[in-house]
Design a protein around this ligand. Structure first.
Ligand SMILES: Cc1cc2nc3c(=O)[nH]c(=O)nc-3n(C[C@H](O)[C@H](O)[C@H](O)COP(=O)(O)OP(=O)(O)OC[C@H]3O[C@@H](n4cnc5c(N)ncnc54)[C@H](O)[C@@H]3O)c2cc1C
Length: 307
């Protein structure tokens, strides 16, 4: 059984009201276990607002769990989070980094862990967090992409986390003389430009050309300046992929569907070559189901990380 260890949040970078990047260090400064890009760890907060399940007919809902005085009960909640730092960054700086969204259920009830996290960090009053000293998961390039010439990564929202870890690690290894075994294309979709975590860093890695990497960022709610930015696409990830494979969009979208001007359709089609491509995806389950369908239509191997 892995040990539960006390940690501290040392950096909290709020990208929008519902999205943050943060770093965790061990309270006793002990090193984290070694890991591979794409793996995850369990994090725990102790003062979470608890919910309880109610069944109405066939419908299941989660509502605030109240005590006799009508106050919402508090307690610990533990969940898994993909690590967005690269293994080399953890080895050098002894921290783990995460990209997390504040969860909001269908009827507006905030997620137990993430509400506690965002509330606690709002005034930097509660920077404590515990973690299980065990890093696991098989969503790694070695397990999911071995033997493919091209790896197409599709991250929606915080589903970017495992991919940014992989890309940073590949870039680091390329700087130290390793030859990356494949071509890599990363499609990251979020609602706004501010929410595209690691945008500048990924543009920098692409520009440095230390390995064969193309970054395709896109936003589903573009501002007018975004529409003229040649580095930014507009529309959802699944619909852009559909466009690449000449499939009709899944749903009509308010934003125009456009790839970044500097990553034109012909160039991406040339890279993809379905028979030699594996699509790795992570994030929103509805979006991933459509990406699985597109992969099947195009004849590409499909792999996903279930959240
Ligand atoms: C391997 C893995 C990696 C992940 N990586 C990331 C990541 O990098 N970034 C990220 O943002 N998220 C990640 N997640 C999702 C994360 O683990 C949490 O599920 C998410 O943050 C919501 O947690 P929460 O406590 O805030 O919400 P919850 O309170 O757990 O609510 C989420 C949903 O669970 C249900 N629910 C509510 N209350 C209860 C209850 N009492 N019992 C059971 N179900 C309930 C409801 O349907 C609700 O909509 C990952 C998940 C996995 C499995």
């Amino acid at each position: 059984m892995a040990e539960l260890k006390a940690g501290n949040i040392i950096e909290w970078h709020r990208l929008s009201p519902i999205l943050s990047l943060f770093r965790v260090v061990a309270l006793d400064s002990s090193p984290f276990p070694a890991y591979q890009a794409g793996q995850y760890i369990a994090l725990r907060r102790d003062d979470c607002l608890l919910t309880r399940k109610v069944k109405e007919g066939n419908e299941v809902r989660y509502v605030p769990d109240l005590d006799e005085a009508g106050k919402q009960k508090r307690g610990p909640v533990t969940h898994s989070y993909s690590i967005s730092s690269a293994p080399y960054e953890t080895a050098q700086g002894n921290y783990l980094e995460f990209y997390v969204v504040l969860e909001r259920g269908l009827d507006g009830v905030l997620g137990r862990f993430t509400e506690s996290l965002f509330r606690g960090m709002e005034g930097h009053s509660n920077e404590r967090l515990a973690y299980l000293e065990r890093i696991v998961g098989d969503f790694t390039l070695a397990k999911r992409a071995a033997g493919f010439e091209h790896v197409l990564m599709v991250g929606t929202g915080t589903g970017l986390a495992p991919f940014v870890s992989m890309i940073k690690q590949l870039d680091f290894e390329a700087q130290h003389g390793a030859t990356a075994p494949a071509r890599y294309t990363l499609l990251h979709a979020n609602r706004t430009r501010e929410e595209l975590a690691y945008h500048r860093e990924l543009l920098g890695i692409e520009k440095a050309k230390r390995f064969d990497f193309v970054y395709v960022p896109t936003v589903s709610r573009p501002a007018s300046r975004d529409l003229s930015d040649p580095q930014l696409g507009s529309g959802r990830a699944n619909n852009l992929l559909r466009q690449l494979f000449e499939l009709p969009p899944k749903e009509p979208s308010a934003a125009p569907l456009a790839l970044p001007g500097e990553r034109p359709l012909a160039m991406l089609r040339e890279r993809i070559r379905p028979a030699q491509t594996v699509v790795l995806t992570c994030g929103n389950p509805n979006g991933m189901a459509d990406i699985a369908w597109i992969a099947a239509q195009a004849g590409m191997r499909f792999e996903k990380e279930d959240w």
